[in-house]
Design a protein around this ligand. Structure first.
Ligand SMILES: [Zn+2]
Length: 472
């Protein structure tokens, strides 16, 4: 019944049979801005207004589209602009139409590329934002990051094997034979990294042999599997979390630099380095928790890292203060009992506020449950995190000033994976004009990514992931 009504309205909207609001109604809400954040995880549309908007969504399955009636507004230029915000690369949205559907009702029709489970919710004013109406469009079949990570690795192995076969057919044949003992040549632990290039299998790595290596992925899911006696490819996964994103710009420097942009740039450089590095003969893989300009709630970042069974979690940020002088890097770990200093507490409060600015649907069914589950921090996790943080601080101290000479701890929501050593790196002060310039400088971003990579490698060299798993 409702569906038929929806279709009728939609076809009206599609054929241009629209009645545009001519009279400006007293008391109608003014649209301040419309924004769109496409991403593989979900696409968000935000409509910001000076008063709260009432919205009624209805979904039409075939072809998939979402219509949202917004009451109390007139069709404005800002709303019409939404049509032009659709990116052809948007994985979820094919197009948008807007129309004045009734004297005081604007209808937005979102044509979808795949079935979507929408979440429509309101956010009250916070930070620089006024009232926000949020349309979050989640793919009904969510992506599986672990599968994607494995698929990517298998593609690389296939490519490497094809290249090997082209160069050395006999070698390729031998590589396909089942392993006997561990006679695979191993690179020395400090072998030089290959020249930069597209993500590639490390040429110094043991010869890839797809049939033997594929079962190695099971080792990733079964931490007790032996990895020292064969050629099993115990993939070490490092979750790289670029802070903030989308609606949440993070801190903003005096020159307008946004934390979310510079930390993503550093995170991508770190990803490329991780993907061409081995530790103790094991291939490392970076899992980008966020790889684009969109917002992820803090507990979702933790969930995503757990989903890929990450061995480490590194959250990358840029610090800020009210005055321009503070500078230097610092490293944080989770605390179970209060913060190690008032300053650390202040930073944790500021970073935890990301959810307010970024915008979380507090009524989403799983959100509260997930947050509760993630409150079970463990002493083992914190001890491992502190070890990692110590290595990291040492490496950061080599490339620039440190803001704090020791690792600090506080209740950071994003560090709450109970089974993954997790740290948060404040790379530099974006509020310091000189450090803001450095944060934008690709050379500094490279140095920072190098230093974080060295910290990760140093940690794994002394704390192999399997030993860690046995302790927990
Ligand atoms: Zn931050």
């Amino acid at each position: 019944m409702k569906r038929r009504t929806a279709v009728r309205f939609l076809s009206l909207a599609g054929t241009g049979g629209l009645s545009f609001g001519i009279h400006t109604q007293a008391g109608a809400a003014a649209i301040v801005a419309v924004r769109m954040w496409p991403a593989p995880d979900y696409t968000r549309i935000t409509i910001e207004s000076d008063t709260a908007l009432q919205a009624t969504p209805f979904f039409v399955a075939d072809p998939p589209r979402l219509a949202v009636d917004i009451e109390g507004i007139q069709l404005s230029t800002a709303l019409r602009d939404l049509v032009g915000h659709v990116s052809p690369e948007d994985p979820n949205v094919a197009g948008i139409r807007v129309a004045q559907n009734a004297p005081n009702v604007v209808r937005i029709v979102i044509d979808l590329k795949r079935p979507i489970t929408p979440q429509v919710f309101q956010l009250t004013p916070v930070a620089a934002y006024q009232h926000r109406l949020v349309l979050d469009l989640y793919p009904t079949v969510p992506r599986d990051p672990l599968e994607e990570l494995i698929a990517q690795r298998l593609r690389e192995l296939d490519q490497a094997q094809a290249a090997l076969a082209a160069d050395d057919p006999l070698g390729a044949l031998i590589a396909q034979l089942p392993p006997t003992q561990d006679q695979t040549p191993r690179p020395p632990p400090d072998h030089p990294p290959p020249p930069p290039g597209p993500i590639a299998t490390d040429p110094a790595a043991p010869r890839p042999a797809a049939p033997e290596t594929r079962p190695g992925f099971a080792a990733k899911q079964r931490p007790d599997s032996p990895t020292t006696g064969g050629r099993s490819d115990r993939l070490i996964v490092v979750a790289v979390d670029a802070g903030h994103g989308g609606e949440d710009p993070g801190a903003i420097g005096p020159g307008g630099t946004r934390e979310k942009d510079v930390v993503l740039a550093i995170a991508r450089k770190l990803r490329d380095r991780i993907n061409r590095t081995q530790v103790n003969g094991h291939t490392m893989r970076a899992f980008m928790v966020r790889d684009g300009d969109y917002f992820l709630p803090l507990h979702v970042r933790v969930q995503k890292a757990r989903r890929v069974e990450a061995d480490l979690f590194v959250s990358i940020h840029a610090d800020a203060f009210y005055t321009p002088r503070p500078r230097g890097a610092s490293v944080y770990a989770l605390s179970q009992r209060g913060a190690t200093s008032a300053a650390a507490q202040w930073i944790a409060d500021r970073e935890n506020a990301a959810d307010l600015v970024g915008g979380v649907n507090v009524r989403a069914r799983d959100a509260e449950l997930q947050r509760t589950l993630l409150d079970m921090s463990t002493t083992a996790q914190i001890n491992d995190s502190l070890r990692l943080a110590q290595f990291m601080l040492q490496e950061l101290g080599r490339i620039g000033p440190l803001h704090k000479p020791q690792v600090e701890q506080a209740g950071f929501a994003v560090l709450r994976a109970p089974d993954i050593p997790s740290i948060l790196v404040e790379t530099a002060f974006i509020s310091n004009p000189e450090e803001e310039r450095r944060l934008r400088d690709p050379r500094f971003q490279n140095q920072m990514a190098d230093a974080i990579l060295r910290g990760i490698v140093a940690y794994f060299s002394q704390n192999p992931p399997l030993a860690r798993n046995r302790q927990v």
